[in-house]
Design a protein around this ligand. Structure first.
Ligand code: DGP
Length: 138
């Protein structure tokens, strides 16, 4: 399948729809997931157009994993998370719903059940209160 330039993350990268940004550099962007599975759920994407990890260049993969590690450390610190779940889905059968490759960073605490994937939408103002703490820990 050809990369769809109109997928939602391509629109976010072009600034056509808003996101609550956590981090950006020349090759990657990190922003709050609007359907968080836990408080502090962040998505990390390469700027390179690639549907899945299997389509991404080695350079793009290196850049996105470096930012994922950086964000994971910041999320752990900001939210005092006992554990960090890193999730990455490729293809509809694996559960991928947005076809621009992305990594999920999700804080985990055994006493807090993980919310469903693609569940309820959280207001940007609420996400911003968490993002501010994560940005301050980077
Ligand atoms: P996946 O199923 O792995 O492709 O995850 C897609 C994630 O993207 C899912 O957790 C919900 C999130 N998401 C969907 N639409 C938007 C959006 O418009 N903005 C943001 N920030 N996240 C979105």
């Amino acid at each position: 399948m050809a990369y769809d330039q109109n997928n939602i993350f391509a629109k976010i990268l072009r600034g056509e729809i808003p996101c609550v940004k956590v981090f950006e550099d020349d090759n990657t962007l990190a922003f709050m997931d609007v359907m968080p599975q836990a408080q502090g759920h962040v998505l990390i994407i390469p700027k390179e157009p690639a549907e899945s990890l299997l389509d991404l260049s080695a350079e793009g993969a290196a850049a996105v994993i470096a930012t994922t590690q950086r964000v994971a450390r910041a999320v752990k610190k900001a939210l005092d998370a006992p554990g960090i779940y890193v999730m990455q889905l490729n293809g509809t059968p694996a559960g991928q719903t947005v076809f621009h490759v992305h990594f999920h960073v999700i804080p985990r605490d055994v006493s807090v059940p993980l919310k469903p994937h693609g569940g309820g939408v959280v207001d940007a103002k609420v996400l911003e209160t968490v993002a501010v703490r994560i940005r301050g820990s980077m």
